[in-house]
Design a protein around this ligand. Structure first.
Ligand code: PGA
Length: 233
């Protein structure tokens, strides 16, 4: 269902690794030139300001953001802070965050207004519908289907099931917006992605958690997806 030609590999480090040195090392080792792929690394906030090398080949993403511009919000991070750290993507509504749908909606607006790309997570159809409710603008966003049973579980969803949900999600986007707009929204799959299963997902990209914490494993995923999507001559 390739609509945007480029495929996306989003590495979600979650609350890892344990030290700044380990983060710098993991970043350095994960930076890889991948034709036809956009590789995005999403470290925890604490590591977003480190001077990562090879930023030319790998984009930086954040794992969340607050929807307000600034103010008395202890422990929160704003979109202008992320922008000033050269962040280009923001994961929103990850199930481990437990944000309510209205909060996710506000965050989507904030990220789009700042011209960064939100990666909107959803676990099932209704959750996607709720998160898009009343959102007039969606262009620039990406959505990521992450079924609860597949996250960090070693039970990746069957690729055909992921594809059916992606088709359904595209239909929802088409009905809410328009076909041309829906076609600009990459639909990703996330949940126990590994080098073994990565190439079998016929979606616009992958959200990779555990497997992104080992650079060799991440590189295998990137290589396998890249190989699979090379134009056949
Ligand atoms: P996982 O995590 O790859 O460890 O299943 C994916 C995610 O939660 O984004």
């Amino acid at each position: 269902m390739a609509l945007e030609k480029k495929k996306f590999i989003i590495a979600n480090w979650k609350m890892n690794p344990r030290t700044k040195e380990a983060a710098e090392k993991l970043w350095r080792e994960s930076a890889i030139e991948a034709p036809g792929l956009e590789v995005v690394i999403c470290p925890p906030f604490a590591y977003l300001g480190l001077s990562m090398t090879d930023q030319g080949t790998v984009a930086k993403g954040a794992q969340n953001v607050h929807w307000r511009e600034s103010g008395a919000f202890t422990g929160e991070v704003s979109i202008s802070m992320l922008k000033s750290l050269d962040v280009k993507y923001v994961i929103l509504g990850h199930s481990e965050q437990k944000d309510q749908d209205w909060v996710v909606r506000k965050k989507i607006k904030t990220v789009l207004k700042a011209k960064l790309r939100p990666i909107i997570c959803f676990r099932e159809k209704q959750e996607l519908e709720n998160r898009l409710q009343g959102l007039k603008r969606i262009k620039g966003a990406m959505i990521a289907y992450e079924p609860a049973s597949a996250i960090g579980s070693d039970h990746a969803l069957h690729p055909e099931k992921a594809l059916s949900m992606a088709i359904l999600a595209r239909l929802i986007l088409t009905k809410r917006y328009s076909r041309p707009v829906a076609e600009t929204i990459p639909v990703l799959y996330g949940g126990s992605v590994s080098p073994k299963n990565a190439a079998s997902y016929e979606l616009d990209g992958l959200l990779v958690g555990t497997s992104s914490l080992n650079s060799a494993t991440l590189k295998k995923i990137i290589a396998n997806v890249s190989k699979r999507h090379q134009p056949k001559s």
